[in-house]
Design a binder for this molecule. Structure first.
Ligand SMILES: [Zn+2]
Length: 185
C-alpha cells in the first residue's frame, strides 16, 4: 500500500475517489455497523480525513490522547486543527474547534464538512464532544457533515469511518434568534 495515510483495508475505499470532489461514491463496505449516516465516502471526505490525520500530528498533549480535525470551509480550503491541552484543566481546546477557528482566522464564517480522527488505542469511537458539535452547528447552520475515523499506527482505519450530519449527532442544538445576524450574514 503506497498511500501513507490509510490502513490495510484502504484498497476498496480509494479507487477513483481522488477526482470525485462533487460526486462522492459509495465504498465497498457500504451501510453496515461501521457506517452511520449516509454510508458513503468520496474524495472530499477522504481528503478531509487525511488532513485531520496530519493535524493530529500537531496535537499538544499533556494527558489523554491526540486528536486531529480538519474542516472544509466556504472558500473551498481545508483547515487543520489539533487538540491543545493546558496544565490548567479546562483551558485546552478540542481539535474540532481549533480547526474551525483556523478557518475563521482566514476569513471563513461557514464550514461545510468536518473530519475528526483519534487513535484506536485510546478512543472507543471518534466523536466530537457536545461543545464542538454546537460550535460546528453554529458555523454551518446545522448543515455540516461530520466524518469520523479511528487511526492505528498512523493510518486511518477505513472500517471505522462514519459519516453523519451535525444535526444527527446534536439534534437539539442551541439556536439564538440572532444567530445568522451574529455571523454577519
Ligand atoms: Zn470537543
Amino acid at each position: 500500500m503506497s498511500d501513507p495515510h490509510w490502513g490495510p483495508h484502504a484498497h476498496g475505499l480509494a479507487s477513483g475517489s481522488r477526482d470525485t470532489y462533487k460526486k462522492p461514491h459509495r465504498v465497498g463496505f457500504g451501510r453496515d455497523r461501521s457506517m452511520g449516516g449516509t454510508g458513503k465516502i468520496g474524495g472530499r471526505e477522504r481528503r478531509l480525513l487525511e488532513a485531520a490525520l496530519e493535524g493530529m500530528g500537531s496535537a499538544h498533549v499533556l494527558w489523554g490522547f491526540a486528536v486531529g480535525a480538519a474542516v472544509l470551509a466556504e472558500d473551498g480550503q481545508i483547515y487543520r486543527g489539533c487538540n491543545v491541552q493546558s496544565r490548567i484543566s479546562g483551558l485546552g481546546v478540542c481539535a474540532e474547534r481549533c480547526a474551525v477557528d483556523h478557518a475563521v482566522i482566514h476569513g471563513c464564517r461557514r464550514i461545510e464538512m468536518v473530519a475528526v480522527v483519534a487513535d484506536a488505542e485510546q478512543a472507543e469511537r471518534p466523536r466530537p464532544c457536545g461543545a464542538c458539535l454546537q460550535y460546528i452547528a453554529d458555523f454551518s447552520g446545522g448543515e455540516a457533515t461530520v466524518v469520523m475515523a479511528l487511526v492505528k499506527d498512523g493510518k486511518i482505519l477505513p472500517e471505522t469511518v462514519e459519516v453523519k450530519t451535525v444535526t444527527e449527532l446534536l439534534p437539539y442544538r442551541f439556536e439564538a434568534r440572532q444567530s445568522e445576524a451574529s455571523l454577519g450574514r
